[in-house]
Design a binder for this molecule. Structure first.
Ligand code: H53
Length: 827
């Protein structure tokens, strides 16, 4: 069963594959077929879920024909392919994108209507696959979309978590996590291939033998194993008939594993061991950009990487493939350090399994990997204790040691006598415990190392990996992130899309986003501005209807919509936003400002906190508490409101972003690697208030200072303040507005007179404030005053919003993919 090649042993002629006809009748027939023979139900007895599943499978038929044809075409003319290795893919709902890609939206709508079914209802039935945490996982989803759109051969590999990112609910203003059982109503978009299962070994020890030539052979004798079952997802292009593959691995107990124990008569133990094996792909770890060094996570990482390399080498390449040519066939892109264990795994395959000499194997391996780093936070760089790796993957640990030994010889040759440098650069850290620095391992092996925005790549080179960039300056490069215009403009904002198409004359902008620059001229056209405003207003209405239905929240229709949506993290500074809100509120209730002087605003938050991240959860509690108080205070007359819909996810983002007026991108400069939400907002005509951080820097340069609200310290200023010694309380003492806001927040005013309930956050701000919210407060408040003034001039604001759309075509993930191809993959 294991090791089945896809190449058939006997030649059968391929039969041309065609999807159902692209007509309303053809579609209806295919749909009813699926309903009757796939779902096993008659139309008049079918539930919405039956209809949704049948619809999804019908659309799959159309895509499948293109998928098979893409495979055939690629096999006939093999070119280098991308193996994207990512522990997360935050895909979002599939149906809308699949309909768009197959050009079936209108046909399906019309066809279903003839049966009395509303397409929109079926669309809202879909549970989004939440197989990612935040930016990194969503970026992977955007990238694979773009590669398909560009018809670049790519297999994306990852983990089919049974439970994705938890569903967030609120109880007494606190976050409660509910398991995300996303598969419970069926998963029509995937198809398993158990015959392509891969066995993955763990544990045990290694043994050495010598052959007749005195050459040493190492044999890994593992102590347990699991099998990975691949589940395939189709990744459709757009208007190009290309469909790529996303292959996600699900862990299962191997038969041998079960049988052994079953035969011993201990059935309960057999079931327990099965559960143990299947735990590997059970849940997505909910940490985002601060990993917890949990052994199960390393198991997950090795599990999916081992499956993926094996799948490619044994099942995808031709049987007689000469592995010395591997680097011409594939480049493995390492999405952060999560898949970095692939490096010693490839060495193990080449040396132990395929019999290569070490030097030749290393030469091949070094040309097969590229590494993307997504962070600047030192605590986000994964480090695995030597004894954890040794216990789980003893052979890999030996290989890592050997790679490190050879590498340190190279360092000593380059920098003789510089033992401090040798210690700094060692892949093995000695303190606080012996541990493998995965980012260093990646940097040593990778052909290229890239950051995800211009500023980030610069800081990565100069501050995070300076020794490595000195040693190999040419390895370092930048690729600024991007977002897919299909999902985040064409699908999420149909009204704006229609308007854009109307003035540009065609839809080519969907795959060539630089064409948005054609909108520049219309920024000065009053009738276009009016249409643009109508789109924004309609998007707000659509959002508010959703919030009413989904959360029972009422939102004032005419307020400025000020949105901060992203994972909850101290460096992102949701607490700074909160201080601003409390400051506004305080200035009104203290009588220093009249409510009628305040530009009416609704503040929207969306954020999940990692369940073990105490400060983040306390911040959520405070935001909800402040919201409760302000929203029920009649003195605010609806002119200040705070809403925090629970469970922010891709589906909600698609509704929120097109409705936003103001985008909050307020991380401390030098901490947000890139951000991608910032791009989505600008592209949908929101103006940004932001620091000079991550991709904000590039957004501001492109849209221009007049159409962006910059505030806060720059990265060098942050570094300087840190070096001088930052004392947050001195800012508190010197700034009356800040003092009043902090005092009110800490007074128990928002927490039912309970001061303790606010103290975690307030005390941290006053006495620690690692991300310098108090230092940037004044500048933030001033920038917000500029926002108010700008918003009051409706025409000028609209003009700026239009220019934001017109000038952010650069942030298409298609452009990111072109950059990866030019700078990394095809070099
Ligand atoms: O990756 C995004 C960036 C964002 C960064 C994020 C990220 C994670 O979501 C998880 C781990 C990690 O190291 C980084 O925080 O700035 O836009 C995509 O590059």
């Amino acid at each position: 069963l294991l090791g089945t090649r896809s190449t058939p042993t006997h030649a059968l002629a391929a039969v041309p594959v065609e999807g159902p006809p692209l007509t309303v009748d053809g579609f209806v027939e295919a749909f009813l077929q699926e309903l009757h023979f796939g779902q096993g139900v008659q139309l008049d007895r079918s539930t919405v879920n039956d209809q949704y599943l049948a619809l999804a499978r019908t659309v799959m038929h159309y895509m499948m024909a293109e998928w098979l044809e893409t495979g055939r075409r690629r096999r006939a003319e093999p070119t280098k392919m991308i193996g994207y290795l990512s522990a997360e893919y935050l895909l979002g709902r599939q149906l809308g994108n699949a309909l768009l890609a197959t050009e079936l939206t209108e046909v399906a709508e019309e066809g279903l209507a003839t049966l009395g079914i509303d397409l929109a209802t079926l669309r809202s039935q879909e549970i989004e696959p939440g197989l990612g945490n935040g930016g990194l996982g969503r970026l992977a989803a955007c990238f694979i979309d773009s590669l398909a759109v560009m018809d670049v051969p790519c297999i994306a590999y990852g983990i089919r978590y049974e439970y994705g990112i938890f569903r967030q609910t609120f109880f007494n203003n606190r976050q409660l996590e509910v398991p995300d059982n996303w598969l419970r109503l069926g998963s029509p978009w995937e198809f398993p291939h158990p015959e392509r299962a891969v066995q993955v070994d763990f544990g045990g020890h290694t043994e050495r033998t010598s052959d007749e030539n005195g050459r040493e052979h190492v044999q890994w004798v593992p102590s347990w194993n699991v099998q990975g079952i691949p589940y395939h997802y189709m990744v459709p292009g757009y208007d190009n008939k290309a469909v790529n593959t996303l292959r996600l691995w699900s862990a299962q107990a191997t038969d041998a594993f079960n049988l052994q124990i079953f035969n011993s008569g201990d059935h309960a133990e057999a079931v327990r061991s099965q559960t143990f094996a299947e735990n590997i792909s059970k849940v997505l770890y909910p940490e985002d950009s601060t990993p917890q060094g949990r052994e199960l996570r390393l198991q997950q990482q090795y599990f999916f990487v081992a499956c993926s390399l094996h799948d490619y080498i044994e099942h995808t390449l031709p049987a007689d493939f000469d592995l010395r040519k591997l680097p011409d066939q594939i480049i493995w892109q390492l999405n952060d350090t999560h898949p970095v264990i692939a490096i010693p795994e490839l060495m193990r395959i080449l040396v132990d399994v395929k019999g290569f000499e070490w030097a030749e194997a290393w030469d091949i391996t070094k040309r097969c990997f590229a590494y993307t780093c997504h962070t600047l936070l030192p605590e986000a760089l994964e480090v695995w204790p030597v004894d954890v790796i040794g216990r789980l993957l003893p052979r890999h640990l030996e290989i890592i040691f050997r790679i490190n030994e050879d590498f340190l010889i190279e360092v000593r040759e380059r920098f003789p006598g510089d033992e401090l440098r040798v210690r700094r650069m060692s892949i093995i850290a000695e303190h606080p415990e012996r541990a493998v620095r995965m980012a260093y391992l990646a940097s040593v092996a990778a052909t290229k190392i890239n950051g995800v925005a211009a500023l980030h790549s610069e800081l990565l080179r100069d501050k995070v990996l300076p020794d490595f960039s000195e040693m190999w300056p040419d390895k370092f490069t930048n690729v600024t992130n991007g977002v897919t215009p299909r999902r985040f403009l064409r699908l999420a904002n149909p009204k704006l899309s229609e308007l854009i198409t109307e003035v540009l004359g065609d839809e080519r902008w969907v795959t060539d986003l630089d064409r948005l620059s054609g909108l520049e001229a219309y920024a000065d056209d009053a009738s276009f501005r009016e249409k643009f405003r109508q789109v924004k207003a309609a998007n707000k209405t659509r959002l508010f209807e959703l919030l009413k239905r989904r959360d029972g929240i009422d939102v004032a229709p005419d307020n400025m919509l000020d949105v901060m949506v992203k994972r909850l993290h101290e460096y992102k500074r949701q607490s700074l936003k909160l201080l601003h809100i409390v400051h506004l509120y305080e200035s009104v209730v203290s009588g220093r400002r009249d409510i009628s002087d305040i530009v009416p605003r609704t503040f929207v938050f969306g954020a999940k906190a990692a369940p073990g991240y105490h400060m983040a959860k306390e911040t959520i509690f405070l935001i909800n508490s402040v919201a409760e108080k302000i929203n029920s205070d009649s003195r605010m007359q609806g002119r200040l409101a705070v809403v925090f819909p629970a469970n922010y996810n891709v589906t909600l983002a698609e509704r929120l972003i097109p409705a936003a007026d103001l985008s909050e991108q307020i991380s401390l400069a030098g901490k947000e690697a890139s951000g991608t939400g910032n791009m989505k907002f600008a592209l949908n005509g929101a103006l940004t208030i932001g620091t000079d951080d991550g991709a904000n820097v590039e957004i501001r340069k492109l849209v221009g200072d007049d159409h962006f609200f910059l505030f806060g310290m720059s990265e060098p200023e942050v570094a300087e303040l840190g070096a001088r010694g930052y004392v947050p309380s001195s800012f508190y003492e010197q700034n009356e507005d800040l003092r009043r806001a902090v005092d009110l927040l800490g007074s128990g005013e928002f927490t039912g007179s309970n001061r303790d309930a606010a103290s975690t956050v307030v005390n941290d701000l006053l006495w620690n404030d690692r991300f310098m919210a108090l230092a940037d407060f004044q500048s933030y408040v001033e920038a917000q005053a500029r926002v108010d003034a700008a918003y009051a001039d409706t025409e000028a604001w609209t003009r700026s919003a239009i220019l934001n759309v017109a000038r952010t075509g650069f942030f298409s993930s298609d452009r990111s993919m072109r950059d990866y191809l030019d700078r990394i993959w095809l070099r």
